[in-house]
Design a protein around this ligand. Structure first.
Ligand SMILES: *Cc1c(COP(=O)(O)O)cnc(C)c1O
Length: 416
């Protein structure tokens, strides 16, 4: 822990706000050199002054600089900033958010173990479970996000781990994390939670009993759509060491340059999220007023089924939400999306720009029925709100023209 954080001798945190911590986060050599930012230390080889130090190096694998694979001071500065934000023991940085997910699972599972996974998990997580872990002899069951304390009924003698994500990927259901971890903790089952949507600024899984909090730093933590990086934070030293060992055994490294960029992104995380939320709320309200919209899937809306849980557990909402529209023909979809000016068609949200893509959650779900309609995923970026609304207004205009053309064509054909 750094000296400025105001931790008392008893290890209690004083009430310095997250935003303030992130503005002041640095490395010890950055501070010593009078720099506001941690220097970028690129390295593979680390050299030692004495043969004794060299032979002793592995004692420092969990917190020192001993080999490039395990990170330099630049990595450690970022890891420390994220760990403080997460209220965790320490953070392991990985080459991507996906690597943080696969390494968290690999750290605790072996052949014969049973893994419980929330059904609304990110698609790549599900594919790793079904295509890789299953092949390694791990049993996997999916459970619906509303399970709560009933997760107890799914636990088998060999259940080793529960993997969570909230809100659900693409469909934004909220899970009662505390109800689940009350059950898992009593039985020594490890929980990991993909917290990419909220980022540790808006939700702190470890405070809710989760053992491993995962973030794709590619998204909000970096915030500028130019970096791939992941973070897995252990609640305890024991969990942290298992994560660090897994990253070492599987050979996952995080580039110091990318760590620097994410550290730079963290400075503005709080102000960016405020704007993302403000834009998302405005756009969500606008969508709700369109006759073609069946439902807006955004936990910050009072009519969202998970709103009460969101209010209980989260300190805000990010900029990502879903909109369920009346079913769209392919022609209507092209009319709607292809004329967009400001909203870009792309996957990796969490950056400064607004994005909009069609989405199909159903093929990656095994519990519950898919809702009928055309789902789109919206990321509200940092643009000026009314510019975004104008772009959407034009898209709905194109959709309506296309729809009335199709109706006219159908009636012409029927008449002919
Ligand atoms: C993007 C994303 C990931 C994967 O992160 P990458 O850094 O792109 O590998 C994992 N989980 C969620 C919820 C995501 O949105």
């Amino acid at each position: 822990m750094t000296d400025w954080t105001g931790e008392t001798d008893e290890g209690q945190r004083n009430p310095i706000a997250d935003a303030t911590r992130l503005v002041h986060a640095n490395s010890s050599s950055g501070r010593a050199a009078g720099l506001l930012n941690p220097p970028v230390h690129r390295a593979s080889t680390i050299i030692y002054n004495t043969v004794e130090d060299y032979l002793d190096r592995h004692r420092h694998i969990y917190d020192g600089v001993i080999y490039g694979l395990y990170g330099t001071e630049t990595n450690h500065a970022l890891a420390e900033a994220i760990a403080e934000l997460e209220h965790g023991f320490r953070t392991v940085l990985t080459s991507s958010g996906t690597a943080a997910i696969t390494l968290s699972l690999s750290a605790f599972l072996s052949a014969g173990d049973h893994l419980l996974v929330i059904d609304t998990v990110y698609r790549s997580t599900r594919r790793f479970c079904d295509e890789v872990l299953a092949g390694f002899g791990i049993e996997i069951s999916y459970f619906p996000p509303e399970i709560g304390a009933d997760i107890a009924t799914l636990i088998r003698p060999n259940t080793r781990m529960v993997f969570l994500e909230t809100p659900g990927s693409l469909t934004f259901e909220l899970a009662d994390i505390r109800a689940i971890t009350n059950v898992t903790r009593a039985r020594g089952i490890v929980t990991a939670l993909d917290n990419t949507w909220a980022s540790p600024m808006l939700f702190k899984p470890i405070d809710h009993g989760v053992d491993i909090s995962i973030a794709s730093a590619t998204k909000y933590l970096s915030g500028h759509s130019d970096v791939m990086l992941g973070a897995m934070t252990g609640a305890t030293e024991d969990i942290y060491r298992r994560l660090k060992d897994a990253a070492a055994r599987w050979g996952s490294a995080a580039s110091p340059d990318d760590c620097y960029l994410v550290q730079r992104g963290l400075r503005t995380l709080d102000v960016r999220l405020e704007r993302h939320q403000r834009n998302a709320l405005a756009l969500a309200a606008w969508f709700e007023n369109q006759p073609e919209v069946r439902k807006v899937l955004y936990p910050a809306l009072p009519n969202h089924p998970g709103h009460a849980l969101w209010q209980r557990d989260f300190s805000g909402a990010s900029g990502l939400f879903g909109v369920l529209l009346d079913p769209m023909s392919n022609t209507e979809r092209s009319a709607f999306f292809n004329g967009l000016q400001l909203f870009k068609l792309g996957s990796s949200w969490g950056g400064f720009e607004s994005l909009m893509v069609p989405a199909w959650p159903a093929p990656a779900r095994s519990c519950g029925e898919a809702e009928e309609g055309a789902l789109i995923r919206v990321h509200a970026g940092l643009e000026f709100t009314s510019d975004l609304v104008r772009d959407l207004d034009e898209a709905f205009g194109r959709l309506r023209v296309c729809r009335s053309d199709e109706v006219m064509l159908r009636s012409l054909r029927a008449g002919a």
